[in-house]
Design a protein around this ligand. Structure first.
Ligand code: PLP
Length: 362
């Protein structure tokens, strides 16, 4: 079976983790400090703070901005659930905006319609590895004095107008979950140009501890471990090569998948796409339904996944708890979308068999 996702980790990562284990210093320490610096440099931001995962990165970023009960944050209705639940964890309300049909990213025009006196921030998710419309969203945030939070969980190393994602907004929030473009098992990072904001997150993720055993406010334990950071540092060095491999696989699929009614991913002109997912659409012009194609691929030993079958506004957790939203594009895309394996390490033979299976060749 070709799995739909597989982390690209090996001996180097194992050696890095072993080094930390045998050093006897397992908690957050020097490896985390180096990882933060190297990741900030990679993104072209002066500061970064590591967290336990991408959800805590988002949650702590908003908490550090003072977002809380009574506040609203505009979030795309088509994304992984954590983009919205992190808002709820702060006690604020996610307000869901529909997406662009071509990029699957939040639609700035829909965002404009949703701004209220309670709005404090917009979360732009760079979905599947493609930057959202950063220019339009930044302009809206400037005009309305809002924070622009980049959810970069799926887009490490993607560029917009020649600059890395995570360097545009008030902050960029990253995840290092195993299926992501780079991993450290579980982990997260917040990037920013603002040192006070980053230091505030440092306080919040470490029990609100200002000095040793002096706790000035209610904090959390959302730190990254040195074992994870050591793995992350190796992965960061490999990231350009891993992203290039994803792009080559994606270009191959886009050239070779020719089945009628199947739409390949669209790439914005001013962006690089790093293909966290290679997500095709199986439209009603195709001779097969999306769910039939998933079964067909699975029967042929190819993993395929649906990211995401249920838009955020239809999730039971939010039933009756958020402003009703009409998000027809999100609903349509969630019926049509299908992710194919695109990770580095796919062999040429595997790429061929994926292409043939999607094209319906027996
Ligand atoms: C868009 C998006 N935001 C946030 C997250 C949360 O990251 P994590 O799983 O590391 O908590 C994810 C990861 O799955 C994601 O895909």
């Amino acid at each position: 079976m070709i799995p739909v996702a597989r982390p690209f980790v090996g001996q180097e990562e194992a050696d890095a983790a072993a080094r930390v284990i045998f050093s006897g210093m397992l908690a957050s320490g020097q490896e985390v400090i180096h990882f933060e610096k190297e990741f900030a440099d990679f993104c072209g931001t002066p500061h970064a703070v590591a967290t336990s995962n991408g959800t805590t990165a988002l949650h702590m970023a908003m908490a550090a901005l003072g977002i809380g009960p009574g506040d609203e944050v505009i979030v795309p209705s088509f994304t992984f659930i954590a983009s919205a639940t992190s808002v709820s964890m702060c006690g604020a309300s996610p307000v869901l905006a529909d997406i662009e049909e071509k990029t699957y990213c939040i639609d700035p025009e829909k965002v404009l319609e949703l701004i209220s006196p309670q709005t404090k921030a917009i979360i732009g998710v760079h979905l599947f590895g493609q930057p959202c419309d950063i220019r339009a969203l930044s302009d809206i945030c400037t005009d309305h004095a809002l924070h622009f939070i980049e959810d970069c969980a799926q887009a490490h190393g993607a560029q917009y107008k020649g600059r890395a994602v995570g360097s545009y907004g008030t902050c960029g929030c990253f995840s290092f979950y195993p299926t992501k473009n780079m991993t450290c098992g579980e982990g997260g990072m917040v990037t920013s140009t603002n040192p006070e904001f980053i230091n505030r997150i440092r306080l919040l993720i470490n029990h609100g501890q200002k000095e040793k055993y002096l706790h000035t406010e209610l904090g959390y334990n959302f730190r990254l471990t040195d074992i994870a950071a050591a793995i992350g540092r190796v992965q960061l060095r490999k990231l350009p090569e891993m992203n290039q491999s994803r792009q080559e696989n994606a270009d191959f699929f886009t050239k070779k998948i020719v089945r009628r009614g199947i739409i390949p991913p669209f790439v914005r002109q001013d962006s690089t796409h790093v293909y966290h997912q290679y997500a095709i659409r199986v439209t009603d012009q195709a001779d097969i339904t999306r769910d039939e194609l998933v079964s067909d691929l699975n029967r042929k030993g190819i993993g395929a996944a649906i990211h995401y079958p249920i838009p955020i506004h239809k999730q039971p957790v939010y039933e009756g708890k958020i402003q009703p939203c009409g998000c027809p594009v999100s609903e349509k895309i969630s019926r049509e979308i299908l992710s194919l394996p695109v990770y580095p390490g796919l062999t040429l033979e595997q790429r061929d068999s994926i292409t043939q299976a999607v094209n319906g060749c027996e």
